[in-house]
Design a protein around this ligand. Structure first.
Ligand code: SF4
Length: 217
């Protein structure tokens, strides 16, 4: 069941799992990024994650960011540092962004979940549904020209269930007034190695993002 749509009267889309509506309403009360960051840090809507996380990873939202990257969830290093994409995957992401002519310091970096799932397990659907309110409000506050979903969890969250990553790459999806590209998660690029398809695909997709941002100026 859904309530409203992002950017439309009635508020963000909310799957009514316990806690999701409360998160969405709390998120909508935030009118600035610092307000949202403070509110997310207090969130305990997912009892297991709130009990096991070291800290909430709110995300990076530099002023004027025109590109937003959305990953899956914090890993162990992000959980320890309190910032998204700081481990090996983050280093690779920084390299590929730079190769595409994009500066990480000017890019918003978010995750579908703001808290680390224990042992880096895949986020559960109820957790994704709860944290969606924070994600939607984050995107509304950042107002990027383009969003890149990194990996299947982010792609399915932004484009809908049933999304297939390979089929969705290479074209712009217009979703709820947003332009969305889909690519692989940097962790997949690491897992398959430097010569693997995910790494080359991620490099290509970030270059496409840079091109689209250049055209959109
Ligand atoms: S994952 Fe999101 S909704 Fe769940 S406790 Fe963390 S911040 Fe709250």
């Amino acid at each position: 069941m859904s309530v409203g749509r992002p950017g439309a009267p009635g508020g963000p889309r909310v799957r009514l799992v316990p806690g999701a509506l409360e998160v969405a309403l709390a998120a909508r009360r935030c009118t600035t990024w610092p307000e949202l960051a403070a509110a997310v840090r207090e969130c305990t809507a997912c009892a297991e994650l709130a009990a096991t996380r070291r800290q909430v990873v709110v995300g990076d939202a530099p002023a004027g960011a025109r590109l937003a990257l959305v990953g899956e969830a914090p890993g162990a290093e992000e959980d320890a540092a309190g910032r998204p994409f700081v481990g090996r995957a983050g280093k690779l992401l920084d390299e590929l962004l730079a190769a595409a002519g994009l500066d990480r310091d000017e890019v918003a970096v978010l995750n579908v979940l703001r808290c680390r799932p224990p042992a880096n397990r895949t986020p559960r659907p109820d957790e994704v549904a709860r944290c969606r309110g924070w994600l939607e409000r984050s995107l509304e506050l950042v107002r990027p020209d383009l969003v890149v979903a990194l990996g299947l969890t982010a792609a399915a969250t932004l484009l809908g269930r049933g999304t297939k990553l390979a089929d969705s790459r290479g074209r712009v999806h217009e979703v709820d007034g947003r332009r969305v590209l889909v690519s692989y998660h940097p962790s997949a690029a690491i897992r398959f190695g430097p010569a693997g398809q995910p790494r080359s695909a991620l490099a290509v997709d970030l270059r496409l993002a840079a091109t689209l941002l250049g055209e959109h100026r």
